[in-house]
Design a protein around this ligand. Sequence first.
Ligand SMILES: Cc1cc2nc3c(=O)[nH]c(=O)nc-3n(C[C@H](O)[C@H](O)[C@H](O)COP(=O)(O)OP(=O)(O)OC[C@H]3O[C@@H](n4cnc5c(N)ncnc54)[C@H](O)[C@@H]3O)c2cc1C
Length: 301
Amino acid sequence: MNETENLQNLPVVRGEYKFNEALKNYTWLNVGGPADVMFMPKDVADLQYFLQNKDENMPVFVLGGGSNLLVRDGGIEGVVVKLSDACFREIKIESDRIICGAGLLNNVLKKTVENEGLGGLEFLCSIPGCVGGAVRSNAGCFGREISDVLISAKVVNGNGEVLELRNKDFHFAYRHSEFPSDFIIVEVTLGYERQSSEDVKKTIEQQAEYRKAHQPQGIRTAGSTFKNPPQMRAWELIKNSGADKLKIGGAQMSLQHCNFLQNDGTSNASDIEDLCDEVKRMVKDKCGVELELEVNKVGRR
Ligand SMILES: Cc1cc2nc3c(=O)[nH]c(=O)nc-3n(C[C@H](O)[C@H](O)[C@H](O)COP(=O)(O)OP(=O)(O)OC[C@H]3O[C@@H](n4cnc5c(N)ncnc54)[C@H](O)[C@@H]3O)c2cc1C
């Protein structure tokens, strides 16, 4: 699609459209082709209006912080929604819960969690990405997952209607939730237990220290590449199969943590995809275990 065709088919909105927008600049892996169109709604009503008036065959994908995404080299067809307006990053604190815009980065939420002593939310502060993305993937670490603290979330469905979903509506499992793929989470309500700010800060610091010591820092990665199979560790299977030493183009498994893959800056998405396929094949052949990708692979090859 070219820009003129796109403009003719797109509703007139208050937010912003960007055409042929390079998605590598929005993902931690720093690879991938363009979005045909990127749409940054002005607010929830603008998003609703867009969904109600867009061509019904135009696919829509929502991008969070891009920390769990492998966007393929052909880019993403249709419209990529990015909740970047300030209204999607707001925070409201109530006596036992916090209401956050889904576009809020977890590491921005961290300041509020520390200052207000919001116990139980410490784990979320060290996970890259946005609050909405964390719900989609039931993100977790240090023995907790967002499903442990999620009370409810406001979503806009594919018809542009606003719905309020409760925790159980997400059918959470390990790094997994189940809700229609066209639902866009716009607001998330999390429970907390009031603690002293010092205690919360200390926990966050300890968790950050643990990450520094055990996980690669400052690399182009998407975190854990594969899910841990039940009672097993993906990194152990990768190491035991010898796949930890694989390198394809500029993509390789990290020497510090072999379930993190990394792009040395010269890789494209197909190198990374081929590396994932080869790791899976070697683990299956040598260990008899079928690994499942934790990273979301999206777009055209
Ligand atoms: C260095 C590093 C460390 C990591 N450590 C952890 C960890 O400890 N634990 C862990 O669980 N993960 C970890 N991850 C993976 C990643 O940070 C999480 O999965 C994160 O929650 C993804 O959020 P995001 O906003 O970046 O989502 P994206 O990567 O942008 O998107 C992921 C999926 O969520 C969907 N999505 C995003 N926003 C919304 C929305 N508003 N509504 C509906 N769907 C949406 C997207 O469509 C996509 O399907 C790590 C990643 C990195 C790079």
